[in-house]
Ligand binder design. Structure first.
Ligand SMILES: C[S@@+](CC[C@H](N)C(=O)[O-])C[C@H]1O[C@@H](n2cnc3c(N)ncnc32)[C@H](O)[C@@H]1O
Length: 206
């Protein structure tokens, strides 16, 4: 599956104002557990710049803003970005910025210390996941924390947890790509047989 990026962005914009309470009851505890692990493992320092790719309504970005120096949220959906900005304004959170950016081109020129992404990379087919992870490595972060749909077991489960728009990779494939681009995978958290969090640290990073 390789949905055109504009169609995907429109689809998210249409549900943006309901996104935060829209997750099905079957998925929500798993989604919450995954998000919590991404936030915990990101563990930014007070002067760190954190980049959240596929930030959506800013769940992860806003949660990290209290600990980080600056947080940059990037997404392809104007509607989701609008929700994230509105939440930041409502919360008086000033060290975050939200704007358009894709995995392959986050449109941020500054230094990045930590990259996070939660439940977004699965929208790309495997070949583009590889390109996306290469682009993330090129930003030079010391850590990349990826929470997403990913298969710990079968790649063709009889009862998929998620429906539309999911193109989950295997954990093995993701670990291989992360290793190929120069990260060391330091933690693998299994949230569900189809959901996990990978923590990747840059080789030689401090
Ligand atoms: C399921 S939402 C997750 C949002 C948020 N990270 C969270 O945990 O709530 C997936 C998000 O990824 C964004 N997205 C999909 N493909 C993308 C791409 N190629 N580059 C950047 N964002 C993308 C979508 O617009 C959407 O907001």
């Amino acid at each position: 599956m390789d949905e055109p990026i504009d169609d995907l962005a429109d689809r998210f914009s249409q549900i943006a104002d309901q996104y935060d309470d829209k997750h099905g009851s079957k998925e929500k505890p798993i989604y919450d557990a995954c998000a919590t692990l991404v936030i915990e493992h990101a563990d930014p320092r007070p002067d760190d710049v954190v980049l959240d790719l596929g930030t959506g309504t800013g769940l992860i970005a806003l949660a990290l803003a209290g600990d980080a120096g600056h947080v940059v949220g990037r997404d392809i959906s104007d509607g989701m970005i609008e929700q994230a900005r509105s939440k930041a304004a409502d919360g008086g959170i000033e060290n975050v910025e939200f704007g358009y950016g894709e995995f392959r081109d986050p449109q941020y020129d500054g230094d990045v210390d930590v990259v996070v992404s939660n439940f977004a990379l699965h929208h790309l087919p495997d070949e583009k996941k590889h390109e996306a992870i290469e682009a993330i490595a090129d930003l030079g972060p010391r850590r990349f924390v990826l929470g997403d749909a990913m298969f710990f077991g079968s790649t063709d489960p009889e009862e998929p947890l998620f429906g539309h728009g999911i193109d989950a990779a295997t954990v093995g494939m993701l670990v291989d790509v992360l290793t190929d681009v120069g990260f060391v995978v330091t933690a693998v958290e299994r949230v569900h047989d189809q959901v996990g969090v990978l923590v990747a640290e840059r080789v030689g990073g401090d």
